[in-house]
Design a protein around this ligand. Sequence first.
Ligand code: ATP
Ligand code: FE2
Length: 333
Amino acid sequence: MGQGPVLGIEATAHTASVGIVQPAEGGGVEILTNVFASYSPTEGGIHPREAANHHAESLPRLIREALAEAGVAPGDLEAVAFSQGPGLGPCRRTGASAARALALTIGRPLVGVNHCVAHLEVGRAVLGCQDPVLLYASGGNTQVIAYAAGRYRVFGETLDIGIGNMLDKLGREMGLPFPAGPTLERMALSGERFLPLPYSVKGMDVAYSGILTAALNLHSKGEPMDDLAMSVQETAFAMLVEVTERAMAHVGRDEVLLGGGVAANSRLREMATIMADERGARCFAPPPQLCVDNGAMIAVLGEMMLEVGATTPIEESGVMQRFRTDEVEVTWR
Ligand code: ATP
Ligand code: FE2
């Protein structure tokens, strides 16, 4: 078992994506393809049903595209993995339906994977780090994690909103398109004056709503958007890097691995690398396309789970189990 390619479907939020991976000779995985279609609301936040409609329209095309690009015939797939949760209900169900339809058509097993754990495992599989402290920074999640005794244990996390949601909410008020993270990153490059913002670290945890409120305030007072973007990034990322460093010292690990959409940010990657260098440790960050929501990360975790026989019966494929990162029983490590 587990020698052929695995196709992964991601559709739990704004992004529909299909990836195909296969076990590489000598260990690890090879990513054959990773194709995307993103839903962007015309105004306001994500409308779950509209996003689900977008995914339902996109997925058949993305699956065909991925198979063609990878040069894989549907019948050659070993399994179909899909992001089972957490995520927006209508989106999640759309992804699961597409996965079920494909798995039934080709008569191969389904593997339902946890979205958060997929964000972490893709880096380990592709970059070959051993036992890192993990910094998972995305839209809804901001967690510092380490593996111990069959679980990904959360050492610290946001006490209010995820760092990506904070960036997106700020961007929305500034009139930037969704998601705002990449645009703020570009604007921050031109920021010149640092505007002090609430730096909120409590033990191993962080909080972001104070930064958001203060930044919105400065925006309404007419402070330049580039300065604001730079100041928000510097403050929010410094908080994250501080708790990550503390976790590394606490659990005695000399590797840090980044994951999640915000980990696509070059400045965060740079700050984490400087921190790691200063303590004689190493920082690993997957290519940006593997940080944001993507089908390849789902296929990677699906492949690992398939290896240990952790497939999902069709009748359980609608159930959303193991919601939080630390509720997932890690049977493949
Ligand atoms: P979660 O994993 O918590 O469910 P998600 O699934 O909504 O999050 P991801 O694709 O993992 O989505 O992360 C999306 C977030 O990443 C958005 O908030 C977006 O603004 C942010 N993001 C993407 N690229 C960048 C970047 N270059 N700089 C900063 N933030 C970024
Ligand atoms: Fe995500």
